[in-house]
Ligand binder design. Structure first.
Ligand SMILES: NC(=O)C1=CN([C@@H]2O[C@H](COP(=O)(O)OP(=O)(O)OC[C@H]3O[C@@H](n4cnc5c(N)ncnc54)[C@H](O)[C@@H]3O)[C@@H](O)[C@H]2O)[C@@H](O)CC1
Ligand SMILES: [K+]
Length: 471
């Protein structure tokens, strides 16, 4: 945003006219959603505060009762905030005097993109009391206290009902905890130039295309997937992956089962084939015999030597693969071996616990952590959560927020793993398959809603795919 801002200003647009446009767009959103009521506008010392002053002026002109509360004494304001405050004809109260109960609506314009350190003092006090209150909050650009680059909270932040941001969503709107604090996100156009190289993409169907089979195809050409299954007692996870792969359009899905569990898998599966696997050599033979174009290993696999040797055997074939769950955890004591075996057609799908086991030294915010992991693995890493991040070396990282809290249910991740493999089997590259799989999986969860279970997800995935596909 600072790049675009500078380019706009160099192109002859003044900072104050950008502020005026931003404020007008905020007031349009506010008046479209709330009836006239006493509004408290909390203003900070920078351009976020300048937006606040301009919004206060416009609301007052529309006959709203408005009180401005300023962190910096009005006479000490400098820069755009000083200029806009002066031009507003309004007189502010000190932020210390702010009581949320007295307002019908609070406009949070304390800090936006310029937040650079944790909130303390009056700003912290005001936001803490706001966070406790029941009054609706409209955040300008970001809920103050949320770091726009990472979504983390510096000190404190109050949950907004609506956040109005300018030009494009920022990572802080899409990554937790910012994701949960920003409420409804409204992005308004204030006439800034487009940026060719954003820091991240927000996942959606404009980033990838779902594969469509040829008219004269056959089941193996539609994509064969081989899912490594675990022991008798843990077979559900691999079956969920297998259904996920099939319901996202793979033509032939096989579960590789340990001998002792063959009968259980066979009794539970109809459209999915079941074949025995014993050691690493038999795993390789089965990958070839099943004509697999993508592999799944990890869900319910068991933290065993067999899992470890199957992972390494599978990676040696260089068939596209999703490595998940136990297939990651078995390398906890020796992540280097996994890193060396990985190739660029692999996707790792850890949750944060599994991530810590294979990348124990990588810390920080979710975007940087995932990028560092992808660089080390030399391939796509998908770090799960309400704010899934997908990172691939030399690709712009992608943040996925499709989904619902109802997706936090046992086995949902196994279906995602299968879905990604199903898309790779149909020809998508690792990065696109991870993005499309995560998006459709989230959409499937949304369609399921309250009480959705992992068993429901493959069917819902099919509906989600049909809704997104063009043919
Ligand atoms: N980038 C753009 O193109 C546009 C930006 N606009 C607004 O400008 C905002 C960014 O403005 P600024 O860069 O001035 O940044 P902010 O207004 O977010 O804050 C910067 C000011 O806050 C101080 N500060 C930072 N952290 C603090 C803390 N913890 N405690 C106390 N003081 C702290 C800084 O020293 C600086 O004075 C955006 O969020 C947006 O609201 C809009 O006016 C429209 C156009
Ligand atoms: K703000």
């Amino acid at each position: 945003m600072s790049r675009l801002d500078a380019r706009a200003v160099a192109g002859g647009t003044s900072q104050t006219s950008l502020i005026e446009r931003a404020a007008r767009s905020c007031v349009r959103v506010i008046r479209g959603r709330y009836t006239r009521r006493p509004a408290a506008v909390l203003c900070g010392p920078g351009n976020n505060g300048a937006d606040g002053w301009a919004i206060a002026r416009l609301l007052r002109a529309a006959d709203w009762p408005v009180t401005v509360y300023t962190l910096t004494p009005q006479k000490d304001l400098t820069g755009a905030a000083g200029q806009v405050a002066k031009g507003s004809g309004l007189t502010a109260e000190p932020l210390r005097a702010f009581r949320p109960e007295a307002a019908g609506l609070v406009i949070d314009a304390l800090f936006g993109a310029g937040l650079s350190r944790p909130l303390v003092g009056d700003a912290r006090g005001a936001l803490d009391s706001l966070a406790e209150a029941a009054v609706p909050v409209v955040a300008i650009d970001l809920p103050s206290g949320v770091d726009g680059a990472t979504g983390s909270v510096l000190g404190t932040a109050a949950r907004a009902e609506v956040t109005v941001t300018f030009h494009a969503p920022k990572p802080g709107h899409l990554l937790s905890p910012g994701l949960g604090l920003r409420g409804e996100l409204v992005v308004t156009d204030i006439g800034l130039p487009q940026d060719a190289e954003p820091d991240a993409h927000w996942n959606g169907p404009c980033l990838w295309t779902l594969p469509v089979p040829e008219r004269d195809t056959h089941k193996y050409a539609r994509g064969a997937v081989l899912v490594f299954g675990g022991p008798r007692i843990a077979g559900g996870a691999a079956r969920l992956s297998a259904h996920g792969a099939a319901r996202i359009g793979a033509g032939a899905v096989t579960v590789a089962s340990p001998e002792e569990a063959l009968d259980i898998y066979a009794a539970h599966l109809d459209a999915i084939m079941v074949k025995p696997v014993t050691d690493a050599a038999s795993a390789k033979r089965l990958i070839e015999a099943s004509k697999a174009k993508a592999l799944v290993i990890g869900p319910g696999a068991g933290r065993t030597d067999a899992t470890r040797s199957h992972v390494l055997a599978a990676l040696e074939t260089r068939v596209p693969i999703v490595v998940d769950a136990d297939a990651l955890t078995v390398f906890e004591d020796d992540p280097d071996t996994l890193m060396q075996a990985l190739h660029e057609k692999a996707v790792l799908t850890p949750h944060i616990g599994e991530f810590g086991r294979v990348f124990p030294d990588i810390q920080g915010d979710k975007l940087s952590m995932t990028a560092a992991a992808a660089a080390r693995a030399g391939t796509t890493v998908l770090l799960k959560g309400a704010d899934t991040v997908i990172s691939t070396p030399s690709r712009v990282p992608v943040i996925n927020t499709s989904g619902t809290p109802w997706l936090a249910t046992a086995g949902a991740g196994d279906v995602l793993t299968g879905a990604i493999a199903g898309l790779m089997a149909q020809g998508l590259g690792a990065h696109d398959a991870a993005c499309a799989g995560a998006y459709l999986h989230g959409l499937a969860g949304q369609r399921g809603g309250r009480g959705v279970t992992a068993d429901d997800l493959p069917g819902l995935l099919r509906e989600a795919g049909r809704a997104v596909a063009t043919r």
